[in-house]
Design a protein around this ligand. Structure first.
Ligand SMILES: Cc1ncc(COP(=O)(O)O)c(C=O)c1O
Length: 442
């Protein structure tokens, strides 16, 4: 090329959750039966959509208005419905025009970082859901800026560390929270959220909170919304229907802006996202039209409660199988449907193996192992080759810890139990296959 056409942030774009699929499909082609524990799609894992929800969608399919463009901000009646729900909580008060629809939160995240001024950074969690960390890093042309979620405190953020990082890095303009969190399943306490808002107030930052799992909490966790604690600080939350209906294929999510009138720069930024959406005309119409009918239906709260109870049962089950395995630790998730398994410091070394019976599979795994030095990736590849279970290495979540993420999504009880038990056995075998390493893990 006469000019370099590669974006300055191209190297930051990585999404191991899906990248590992390419590698796993090579094993599938060799006849390995795969257990896809990498993707957070409840429907792909057997979740059934209630009949009454399908009836609502079917009615909309028969209505010609569902086939038109909608306003760039999104369907007015839907935005009014959603604004009403925020206002009824009694915290931040918003109007329909404070809501902007996107083609799923993936689209929202890419617009937020795509239209943020290059030098303005957003500090986010580590481990981090890769869409956020990659988009932030790519926007800045640098590694993502992160604060630590502390596994010793149930993965709650370390607010002192966050404060120091914000204090000494004037390029930080915003703080990103994911609540409940992917990949750890932690639900932030009210105090944590208030602490973050206070920090934002002190340093004149905005708060951005991904709340796509806010209606999936259990085990006694209180789901505190950003709107409950934001006060008069500028911020926005990202919400959607991919996980809670669940309808990930709808590609439908939205941003709720809080207090945008309080700061002209924040207001200008919010307007730029609307401008970007206008260039695209609008987001998906039909799912937006379905939202007030589904979320406003008297059966919806029961539907959410049932799903939350089921995830709580599965979280207990996973903990029960994994908590006594030596060399790892697990925290019981209280939200979303993921669990992070963390290897102890020094537990892993590069001599550990799992036996892989099929020689053709062995060749593929050896090839993958040649390309990685990360110790948790080594475990994940061995696990995939030996058992067909596909999980996501923790170090791919912008994180220095070694471990992996599993999901609580498998709906077939016997199969789910067998996956957790196979995992526990594989971890034991893997760790037993090599002597503990001297090198320490940060
Ligand atoms: C924290 C978080 N935010 C956003 C998304 C993507 O949501 P959407 O389907 O609306 O793009 C995911 C998907 O896994 C997620 O885990």
């Amino acid at each position: 090329m006469r000019r370099n056409i590669v974006h300055i942030g191209a190297g930051e774009l990585s999404y191991a959750i899906r990248e590992i699929v390419e590698q796993a499909t090579r094993l599938e082609a060799l006849g390995v039966e795969m257990a896809w524990e990498n993707i957070g799609d409840p429907v792909a894992k057997g979740d059934r959509i209630p009949g009454w929800i399908k009836d609502i969608v079917a009615d909309l399919v028969r209505d010609d208005s569902s086939y038109r463009y909608c306003p760039s901000r999104g369907e007015l009646a839907t935005r009014e419905f959603l604004a009403g729900r925020v206002n009824a909580r009694g915290g931040a008060q918003i109007g329909a025009d404070d809501i902007l629809f996107f083609n799923g939160l993936g689209d929202a995240v890419s617009k937020v970082f795509g239209f943020l001024r290059r030098e303005a950074r957003v500090i986010g969690p580590s481990p981090a859901y890769s869409t956020h960390s990659s988009a932030e890093g790519a926007h800045a042309g640098d590694h993502p800026l992160t604060y630590t979620l502390d596994p010793n405190r149930g993965w709650q953020p370390d607010l002192d560390e966050m404060r120091e990082k914000v204090r000494y890095n004037p390029s930080i303009a915003g703080i990103l929270l994911i609540n409940p969190d992917n990949p750890t399943g932690v639900v932030y306490s009210r105090e944590t959220l208030q602490g973050v808002v206070e920090l934002a107030q002190e340093f004149d930052l905005f708060v951005m909170c991904d709340e796509v799992y806010i209606n999936i909490t259990y085990g006694g966790a209180e789901a505190v919304h950003l709107s409950d604690v934001i006060g008069d600080v500028c911020g926005f939350s990202l919400k959607g229907i991919s996980k809670e209906i669940p309808w990930p294929g709808s590609r439908c999510g939205w941003v709720e802006f809080y207090n945008r009138e309080r700061d002209p720069v924040f207001e200008r930024f919010a307007q730029s996202l609307l401008g970007a959406k206008m260039l695209e005309v609008c987001s998906t119409t039909l799912p937006q039209r379905a939202i007030p009918r589904i979320l406003g239906d008297p059966r919806y709260s029961g539907h959410l409660a049932e799903r939350a109870q089921e995830f709580e049962r599965r979280a207990d089950e996973a903990c029960q199988v994994l908590q006594d395995v030596p060399g790892i630790s697990v925290n019981r998730p209280q939200g979303a449907f993921y669990m992070t398994v963390l290897f102890d410091r020094d537990a892993l070394n590069d001599r550990m193996v799992l036996e892989i019976a099929n020689p053709e599979v062995r060749v593929v795994i050896d090839e993958l192992l040649e390309d990685t030095t990360a110790l948790d990736f080594r475990f994940v590849y061995h696990l995939m080759g030996a058992t067909g279970i596909v999980v996501v290495p923790l170090s791919s979540f912008a994180c220095a810890y070694h471990g992996f993420r599993i999901t609580l999504l498998e709906c077939d009880t016997a199969r789910r139990r067998s996956i957790f038990e196979t995992l526990a056995r594989s971890i034991r075998d893997y760790l037993a296959s090599g002597a503990p390493a001297a090198a320490s893990q940060s």
